[in-house]
Ligand binder design. Structure first.
Ligand SMILES: [Zn+2]
Ligand SMILES: [Zn+2]
Length: 263
């Protein structure tokens, strides 16, 4: 069985909890250590029982409290070597036994969870998403995605549950207050995934076995939870799939712990 819970999701900070019967993992710590420990406590998890922290990339909304959590609770941190180089200057000193290096695109295990970090198109040094395998169940975390490529799609297919980025509404972003360079950055091939692109991808993945869709990493300025939900809902409807019957669709809230999914 896999347990999955979004603790924080959005451009202001991300932290995800995933566990098997034997293993408890955090992915990213993009808000304060206190907030992460409190959100874990709200789902009856003690932060000192976390076995590992996985890092997707060095942006602050993902690794702000990675060092704090590791030092406070003696937790090993896993990241690829390029990400280690980038975040080493910001996360503070990490004990040698808690520095773990993994390679993008190869499988590794943390106890009974099989893990693959796969590369994602985003403007960081070597950003990744993650697949988690427990027995026959696959769960995927895929946010901070500039565009959808066939290679990326293959990594996502076959996931029972996916936390998928639905960052912005393109029209809201274009007509909004962000400066031009920032709009271009977000819209670029290495920026963030729009609601429309998330909808197309979600409809495709539903045809490949995904039943649980959690939309995440929403922009505060260029999106609304209802708008992200409706856009992806419409993409399912266009393919004759019924939300609530064929697929489950939810939006991960920015500051509120999601449902605890057990698959
Ligand atoms: Zn990022
Ligand atoms: Zn991010």
């Amino acid at each position: 069985m896999i347990t999955f819970c979004s603790l924080y999701s959005g451009s202001s900070g991300n932290a995800i909890y995933i566990a098997s019967e034997k293993t408890k993992i955090l992915i990213d710590c993009g808000v304060s250590g206190k907030k992460i420990a409190a959100s874990l406590a709200s789902i009856d998890i003690d932060a000192k029982d976390i076995d590992a922290i996985l890092v997707t990339h060095e942006h602050r909304d993902h690794c702000h409290a990675v060092g704090i959590m590791s030092r406070r609770y003696d937790i090993p941190i896993y990241a690829n070597s390029t990400t280690w180089e980038q975040m080493d200057t910001t996360i503070g000193a990490i004990k040698p036994h808690n520095r773990r290096c993994m390679n993008t695109d190869s499988m590794f295990d943390i106890r009974d969870i099989g893990i693959r970090a796969f590369d994602i198109p985003h403007d960081a040094a070597e950003p990744v998403g993650y697949n988690f395998h427990v027995k026959d169940t696959k769960v995927t975390l895929a946010t901070d995605i500039g565009h959808v490529s066939p290679k990326l799609t293959r990594y996502l297919e076959g996931s029972k549950l996916i936390l998928l980025e639905s960052n912005h509404d393109v029209e809201m972003l274009k007509s909004g207050a962000y400066p031009y360079y920032l709009k271009q950055r977000i819209l670029s091939d290495k920026g963030h995934l729009s609601n429309e692109a998330a909808g197309d991808l979600a409809a495709h993945l539903a045809g490949k076995g995904t039943s649980h869709f959690i939309l995440g990493h929403l922009s505060r300025e260029n999106n609304f939870p209802q708008l992200a939900y409706q856009t992806v809902f419409n993409a399912f409807t266009a393919k004759q799939m019924k939300v609530g019957k064929d697929v489950l669709l939810e939006v991960a809230e920015r500051e509120t712990v999601s449902k605890v999914y057990q698959l």
